[in-house]
Design a protein around this ligand. Structure first.
Ligand code: IPM
Ligand code: MG
Length: 354
């Protein structure tokens, strides 16, 4: 019996998490395991109900579950709150840190039937299959930050800090993953400018001695942004620090057709957190328009990395491909000649093909 914490959060999170649950339940029945879900408040929804973005009960539930499925947090309603109440920082980042989730895994695959959905050229996208390991609990997001007055004017600062052990543990994940894939690891940094990147590069190079079978390359982050759209096929596994990873994975999502396709797993602690990489999309919330596939694919990652249910994970991924092959599309991946469906109907199709 698995216990899963459900944190729908805000905006489309409220619509897509229930769809993920439908797929989860179906997979449980089919592959013979029991699952129990418990829902908790997070983000703006928690602020509205309880005055805090990450209630203690929510964190406790997460710590006592086998895995966490999260929708999205944030929205215009809470954007002007003081920093200690903002859903992004005070809920999501706090949760990542509290649960020790230092490794954020974002697989980017171009499914053949979505080749035309991306704004990029088909010949560039054909065969894209990479995974980004983004460091998730260090760097600019968590370094010392603040404001101070200097020469009568206000100044703000954020510090980019990494220690050797933080770099080693995320790099190790990348090496291990590369070993199981095509054996190529690209470490992305800005070592021509940043001291933290120079330590990052030295540390990765040292670790590489343990992985002679993995072909290691280094790339500056600005070049990587360019290479991702120029020739994405060169990438197998990428490792990078927190903020570079945030930016590069949004960019890389277009290699899979839409950010509505990008799933993610955050690992490293006792309990893993699984969430679509997109945000709460307040502009389309509550209209049955959101693409549920990133969430459904996050359920697959949860089954694979959180519960070790590889067969169920593969089956869900197969069903998603099948539905796309059959021509069903939500608005974000729609193109003329395909069938436009809503959030619920898209999930119905996945269930029907599972
Ligand atoms: C992501 C998101 C978050 C991040 C935001 C919502 C804080 O963009 O998961 O990529 O920057 O990590
Ligand atoms: Mg992001």
């Amino acid at each position: 019996m698995y216990k899963i914490a459900l944190l729908p959060g805000d905006g489309i999170g409220q619509e897509i998490v229930p769809q993920g649950v439908r797929v989860f339940k179906h997979a449980a029945g089919k592959f013979g395991f029991d699952v129990e879900f418990e829902e908790a408040l997070v983000g703006g929804a928690a602020i509205d109900a309880l005055g805090v973005p990450l209630p203690d009960e929510t964190l406790a539930l997460c710590q006592n579950s086998d895995a966490i499925l999260l929708g999205a947090v944030g929205g215009p309603k809470w954007d002007t709150l003081p920093v200690h109440l903002r859903p992004e920082g005070a809920a999501l980042l706090k949760m990542r840190k509290a649960l020790g989730l230092y490794a954020n895994i974002r697989p980017v695959r171009m499914l053949p039937s979505l080749l035309k959905a991306s704004t990029l050229k088909e010949e560039v996208l054909q065969g894209v299959d990479m995974v980004v390991f983004r460091e998730l609990t260090g760097g600019l997001y968590f370094g010392e930050k603040g404001r101070r007055e200097v020469n009568g004017e206000m100044q703000a600062f954020d510090s980019l800090v990494y220690s050797v052990s933080e770099i080693q543990r995320i790099a190790r994940q990348g090496f291990e993953a590369a070993r199981k894939r095509r054996g190529k690891l690209c470490s992305v940094d800005k070592a021509n400018v940043l001291e933290s990147s120079r330590l990052w590069r030295e540390t990765v190079n040292e670790l590489a001695e343990e992985y002679p079978d993995v072909e290691l390359t280094h790339m500056y982050v600005d070049n990587c942004a360019m290479q991702l759209v120029r020739w994405p096929l060169q990438f197998d596994v990428i490792i990078t620090e927190n903020m570079f990873g945030d930016i590069l994975t949004d960019l890389a999502s277009m290699l899979s057709g839409s950010i509505g396709m990008l799933a993610s797993a955050s690992l490293g602690g006792k309990v893993g957190l699984f969430e679509p990489a997109h945000g709460s999309a307040p502009d389309i919330a509550g209209q049955n328009k959101a693409n549920p596939l990133a969430t459904i694919l996050s359920v697959a990652l949860l089954l694979r990395y959180g519960l070790g249910q590889e067969h169920a994970a593969t089956a869900i991924e197969g069903a998603v491909s099948k539905v796309l092959d059959l021509g069903y599309r939500t608005g974000d991946i729609y193109e003329p000649g395909t069938k436009l469906v809503g959030t619920v109907e898209m999930t119905d199709m996945v269930l029907g093909n599972l």
